[in-house]
Design a protein around this ligand. Structure first.
Ligand code: HEM
Ligand code: HEM
Length: 223
């Protein structure tokens, strides 16, 4: 008698996706607090960390595990509408609406961190690309840094509200899966890509950022 092979349960969220998520959750309040306290020495490092984390997540969205890839959860407007009318989501991961909110969150985080590079507190601290840009562009980036943060706050509130709705109203184990990788009803359908590829990617992107910022013009003061 041949025995049926036990089906292997794969994690829904691989280690890099989870580490990325919870590090971003730590970084945002720290970035806000350090700016409020005018601790720009610290603020810039938190900002660089966000930049490298988001860049890594974006590349992982093309190269990483199945459910972390954009093709797995990004669908056209027709599929989003049909989901909103009560249809089923095709991905085991983000639902059609959630998928687009992930793209919006990542874009805003990127915009926030990049605009910071051109920012200055007009007293003691200037971002590393401040002296590279002309006055008009710097001013625009200052406004972007301000506005993007408010948009980010609004979207994060919406995100947490949506997660809590699915968690408690629809009784889906979203938070457990984002913490442990999978949970009952939230399992992956494919073996994840090894986590160290993401670690390597993160290291390379951090090096590229450091090298790139080193090339930026430094201030030249004439006394
Ligand atoms: C600073 C605040 C937060 C930001 C910027 C943020 C951002 C994100 C992003 C970008 C994703 C997509 C993950 C990926 O595919 O890489 C995500 C997913 C998720 N987040 Fe957050 N998040 C925040 C706070 C929270 C909090 C406080 C919770 C817990 C209540 C939470 C629970 C989740 C869950 C469960 C998912 C997976 C959703 C799903 O299964 O489709 N997030 N978040
Ligand atoms: C995602 C990452 C970041 C977040 C969430 C963030 C958040 C903030 C917030 C909330 C403020 C206060 C805004 C205000 O009250 O006008 C601020 C100001 C500032 N940030 Fe960031 N920031 C980030 C990245 C960066 C980076 C990478 C740099 C530069 C290396 C930077 C440089 C500055 C400067 C110079 C100010 C002062 C602006 C002023 O005084 O008008 N930020 N940031």
């Amino acid at each position: 008698m041949t025995r049926a092979k036990p089906s292997v349960a794969h994690p829904l969220w691989d280690i890099p996706t989870r580490v990325f998520h919870w590090l971003i959750v730590c970084c945002l309040p720290l970035a806000w607090w350090s700016a409020e306290e005018h601790r720009y020495d610290l603020h810039q490092w938190i900002g660089y960390s966000v930049l490298v984390l988001v860049a890594t997540r974006i590349v992982w969205g093309f190269t990483g595990s199945r459910h972390s890839r954009f093709v797995d959860f990004l669908v056209g407007p027709g599929a989003v509408l049909s989901y909103l009318r009560g249809g089923r989501a095709s991905s085991a991961g983000h639902n059609p609406l959630g998928g687009w909110s992930v793209v919006l969150l990542l874009s805003l985080l990127l915009l926030q961190a990049v605009s910071g590079l051109f920012n200055s507190d007009d007293v003691l601290f200037s971002g590393p690309l401040y002296y590279w840009a002309d006055t008009g562009f710097r001013d625009a980036m200052g406004v972007v840094h301000d506005v993007a943060f408010n948009a980010l706050l609004a979207l994060v509130c919406l995100h947490i509200f949506a997660v809590l709705y699915h968690q408690f109203r629809l009784k889906e184990n979203l938070v457990q899966a984002m913490l442990r990788g999978s949970a009952p009803g939230r399992e992956g359908r494919a073996r994840p890509v090894a986590w160290w590829w993401a670690a390597l990617l993160l290291g390379l992107l951090a090096l590229a950022l450091w090298w790139g910022l080193e090339q930026a013009p430094k201030p030249s003061f004439v006394f």
